[in-house]
Write a protein that binds this ligand. Structure first.
Ligand code: B16
Ligand code: MG
Length: 214
């Protein structure tokens, strides 16, 4: 039976993908190329440096490791400038309510995000207090679909992977949850997240019953 819920951040709690896209696009444009919003979909759940490598590949641009670090920092500075202006109004529909609901029903909660900026975001939107554990890109080294981020979450909550449900909007994240032997609920479109145990449009559609009946 389920003891804990692990939530991805971008795409589940809040839509930071729009800010990532703006900042990455600014970087790409500066390097002399552009990429579409559809291409941006492929970057969801992927770490900062892995995202940069994919983008440089789209532009057929090659950079040294040192240059890549500098470009990633530049993008992150632009990104941080935007997320430090975020407000609680940007919380996705039903996210806060569902977090409160599961906690009232004595489930443990953890964040399982690839982002190194998760604390900044959670503070801005005022949801820090609803998580028993925070696991993000600062604590793990392996990018989703590797299950590390979720397994560390289970460990910090002192529960077994089989006792966890992961909420994820990215294919890589669903794969990570399944690889970690956890239940996975996709947030988005069923056609895209076909490896999930259940797909809902957003946390506003979630109930305790749906989670217990997986
Ligand atoms: P940062 P998630 C991911 O968040 C984003 O989906 C992905 O686009 C981003 O590159 C990654 O975080 C790293 O973010 O640059 O802030 O460290 O979906 O895992 O919550
Ligand atoms: Mg995500």
């Amino acid at each position: 039976n389920i003891k804990a819920c692990i939530f991805d951040l971008d795409g589940v709690i809040v839509d930071t993908a729009v800010y990532h896209y703006k900042a990455w696009r600014r970087l790409a444009n500066q390097l002399g190329f552009d990429f579409t919003e559809e291409q941006n979909e492929e970057l969801k759940g992927i770490s900062r440096i892995e995202s940069l490598k994919i983008i440089l590949n789209w532009g057929a641009v090659s950079k040294s490791d040192k240059e890549m670090q500098e470009l990633a920092t530049l993008k992150n500075n632009w990104y941080v400038e935007m997320i430090t202006k975020m407000t609680p109004e940007e919380i996705l529909p039903g996210a806060k309510e569902f977090l409160e609901l599961v906690r009232t029903n004595h489930y443990l909660t953890a964040l399982g995000s690839a982002s190194k900026n998760s604390e900044t975001i959670l503070k801005q939107i005022g949801l820090m207090h609803l998580f028993d554990a925070l696991v993000d890109g600062n604590k793990v080294t392996k990018s989703k679909p590797n299950p590390e981020v979720f397994l560390v979450g289970a460990k910090e909550l002192n529960v077994q992977p089989e006792e966890c449900v992961v909420f994820e909007d990215a294919i890589a994240g669903i794969q990570a949850a399944k690889a970690g032997n956890m239940k996975a609920i996709g947030i988005g479109r069923a056609a895209v997240l076909n490896e999930a145990d259940l797909v809902v449009a957003g946390l506003f559609e979630m109930t305790i019953e749906k989670m217990e009946n997986l």
